[in-house]
Design a binder for this molecule. Structure first.
Ligand code: ADP
Length: 464
């Protein structure tokens, strides 16, 4: 890795205000592979000023020209996908195929979708005797997590640019190298100086300074509910717009007539994906009592198809690994039946956790309520459809979910009653244009597609 020893501010790499650094660790080898500067309030201030200075120009750039800028960024991300994927493998531990197809590939799709949306979106509407102008909110603070290091950045920056906003990105401390690759792409795409700025640093220092900065009009945060709560409170106090993408504890509801083998195998795969580090993972599997033991057996078999090392990568850090192991131990202590996996290290080196399946999980257990963010599935039995619905909704979260049934209409009727932002019906595919975001404590606001674009707009009504 060849990290930049500076911050990308105002279209150039500038030395950081202090010499503090953050170590980047390869979760496969457990070795330090790079150091990046740890930004402070001073660096954040410089970046916000650069974004403010660039705002009038970018906001008044015609949408078609903004679309061209985003399309150029998409093309650079596509051209550099191999380098980006290698960086993500190095600092996140994602296996190369996953890194290439999903971590590097998905952001190309998302950037492309916003190039199209910016070009075709109606930034003016007529309502009665009014013309409603949809104008950019202003300077956006994008605070992102490490689980999808590039996607999380692009899912905020691309719609913000489409809307006419300028941005300061504060990426997660575990994956700053990907953010530096992103800044390089912004530069090569030729976006005007200051439209996108990237400041690496820790959450409590750089992140907190950015969220609190007076020059920021909207904070878009993805991460833990604990930090989201703080950012929401801070933004509320300052009357700033805020978008929060937080945790999840999504239910995979397998109704009695469903294709059990497919529902279970897909369900397990969706938890193991990215080593369980997805906020929309279907971490609770709900199965009718009559087919419960069959489902548990199938789940154990499916988990074996994701061996640590070859199948799934490690967790991002020793801290995350220890947290996940602690939750597995807690599941055992609270009386859940460990069917496969467990807290023991499956490999000598690397922050790996064994794919783990728990049966006989009751809704009150910690592993049925807390987001684990690791390769752990909790299988819960239900008595009838009403019971399944009650269990599915019995969580503070509501980000995603799934319903499987023999009859699609039956699955849809169930999905309508779920308190959650997305539901995949009988294995429905991920849609990069569908609004993504949470009910209840999973968050505020939506990302992706046109709904994601509207987050970065504010309205002005002209009466005639
Ligand atoms: P995770 O558990 O996924 O790492 P966090 O919520 O801790 O989630 O981190 C998500 C992002 O929020 C990271 O970029 C992190 O640096 C940042 N962050 C953490 N604490 C704060 C804070 N107090 N204020 C602003 N940003 C923060």
């Amino acid at each position: 890795m060849n990290p930049h020893n500076g911050m990308y501010i105002g279209g150039a790499w500038r030395p950081a205000a202090t010499g503090d650094t953050i170590e980047v660790v390869d979760p496969v080898t457990e070795e330090v592979i790079a150091e990046v500067p740890a930004g402070t309030a001073e660096d954040i201030d410089a970046a916000v000023r650069a974004a403010r200075a660039a705002l009038p120009g970018w906001a008044s750039t015609p949408p078609a020209a903004r679309a061209a800028g985003i399309a150029a960024l998409r093309d650079v991300l596509a051209a550099r996908a191999d380098t980006i994927a290698a960086t993500i493998t190095a600092e996140l531990g994602a296996p190369p195929a996953l890194a290439r197809q999903v971590h590097a590939g998905l952001p190309v799709t998302i950037a492309g979708s916003y190039a199209e949306l910016a070009a075709g979106f109606a930034f003016e509407e007529r309502v009665g005797n009014s013309t409603v102008l949809l104008e950019p909110v202003g300077v956006v603070a994008a605070i992102t997590p490490w689980n999808y290091p590039l996607h999380q950045v692009v899912a905020k920056v691309a719609p913000a640019l489409a809307a006419g906003c300028t941005v300061v990105v504060k990426p997660a401390e575990n994956t700053p190298l990907t953010a530096q690759r992103f800044a390089e792409a912004v530069h090569e795409a030729g976006l005007p100086a200051g439209v996108v700025n990237v400041v690496t640093g820790t959450g409590p220092v750089a992140g907190a300074a950015l969220a609190a900065h007076d020059g920021v009009d909207l904070v878009s945060f993805t991460g833990s509910t604990a930090v989201g709560r703080q950012i929401g409170a801070l933004a509320g106090g300052a009357v700033k717009r805020v978008a929060l993408e937080l945790g999840g504890k999504s239910a995979n509801v397998i109704l009695p007539g469903a294709d059990l083998a497919r529902a279970v195998t897909t369900g397990v795969a969706r938890v193991m994906f990215n080593s369980g580090q997805s906020c929309n993972a279907w971490s609770r599997m709900l199965v009718h009592r009559e087919r419960y033991e069959e489902a548990v057996r199938l789940a154990a078999g499916a988990a074996a198809g994701h061996p640590p090392g070859e199948g799934i990568g490690p967790l991002v850090s020793a801290r995350q690994r220890d947290r996940v192991r602690g939750l597995i131990e807690q599941g055992i202590a609270e009386g859940a039946r460990l069917v496969t996996g467990g807290p023991e290290a499956p490999r000598e080196k690397g922050y790996y956790v064994s794919p783990t399946v728990f049966a006989d999980v009751t809704p009150g257990m910690t592993i049925a309520q807390e987001e684990i963010f690791g390769p752990v599935v909790a299988v819960l039995p239900y008595e009838d459809t009403e019971d399944a619905l009650r269990i599915a909704n019995d969580t503070v979260y509501g980000l995603a979910g799934a319903v499987w049934a023999a009859d699609e209409a039956e699955a849809v009727a169930f999905a309508r009653r779920m308190e959650t932002g997305q539901v995949d019906i009988n294995g429905g595919r991920f849609n990069p244009l569908a609004p993504f975001g949470g009910y209840k404590q999973s968050g505020v606001g939506r990302e992706l597609g046109e709904h994601g674009l509207r987050e970065y707009l504010q309205t002005k009504s002209l009466q005639f």
